[in-house]
Design a protein around this ligand. Structure first.
Ligand SMILES: [Fe+2]
Length: 281
């Protein structure tokens, strides 16, 4: 049977991808941000997940105001890196896992989550930067990837509670897939950041770290944080953190932290990163 063995959360800051692509990760400004991922790169090489369910948001690359799916699952064979205005990132195509993705889509829809099914799309920094942070610069990504795109760009994004419940539904779907697969689920985006307006540059390290604290253990407090709190405390783009709750929900009743990293600033955001494993009942 397929099983979810770990959850990973990470910022997906585009400037981190540019630093990798331009060979700048050793520079004084960037080195501390990347150092927090050294542990994870070693760990994931030994874990060797077969499939990563990668929760992210598209930034007007595959979707725009013409279509805004709240939850969209990629069921395609492969996805090319998107051209976000300066050419596609020099990273490998992302290879999907259509059989598991269609199974998750069917299971979640019959579980009353109305997923949008995507068979063709390009994937932007929201998806490719976390792959680079975790896997470095391989010639081919070492895991199949199922993109799970969440609308956190246009109001209204889904609630944290709904995201957590979707994670629980994804876990039920994975556990009912007959093939023996090591599956990880990643939540990306965040942490506190605001890109525009009078509060541009806002970072709230205290709030971010309390959020990280509560990803561990059996508390479910995070699922009840209202949108207005994300907006007030973490800036207009901090709402991306609801995507981490899909990851957390998929890990079941309780979790243990294997690794944690927090660094400010990177570009105009806070870098947050955590690796969790489910703790069996
Ligand atoms: Fe983002």
């Amino acid at each position: 049977m397929a099983r979810i063995t770990a959850g990973v959360a990470s910022s997906h800051i585009p400037a981190l991808g540019a630093a990798i692509d331009l060979g700048k990760t050793g520079e004084a400004y960037w080195a501390p941000a990347f150092a927090g991922y050294d542990w994870t790169r070693q760990w994931i090489a030994s874990e060797a997940p077969d499939v990563v369910i990668l929760v992210y948001n598209d930034h007007a690359s595959a979707f725009d105001m013409k279509i805004i799916p709240t939850f969209a699952i990629g069921c395609g064979e492969r996805y090319a890196p998107a051209d976000e205005g300066w050419g596609p990132r020099p990273v490998p195509d992302v290879i999907g896992h259509p059989d598991l993705a269609w199974h998750i889509a069917q299971s979640c829809i019959l579980d009353e989550f109305d997923m949008t099914i995507i068979n063709e799309m390009d994937v932007d920094h929201g998806l490719t930067v976390p792959l680079s942070m975790m896997f470095g610069q391989p010639g081919a990504w070492p895991a199949r990837v199922i993109p799970l795109a969440v609308n956190v760009v246009t109001y209204p994004p889904p609630s944290g509670n709904r995201c957590w419940a979707l994670g629980e539904a994804i876990a039920r779907a994975v556990e009912s897939f007959p093939e023996d697969l090591n599956v990880q689920i990643w939540g990306t985006g965040g942490m506190s950041h605001q890109l525009q307006g009078t509060r541009a540059g806002l970072i709230n390290a205290d709030w971010d770290n309390r959020f990280l604290d509560r990803l561990e253990g059996d508390t479910q407090e995070l699922r009840h944080i209202p949108h207005i709190e994300y907006l007030r405390e973490t800036g207009s783009e901090g709402i991306e953190m609801v995507m981490w709750l899909i990851m957390r929900g998929a890990l079941g009743r309780s979790t243990r932290t294997l690794h944690r990293h927090y660094h400010v600033p990177a570009s105009n955001t806070a870098v947050g990163h955590i690796v969790l494993e489910p703790v069996g009942d």
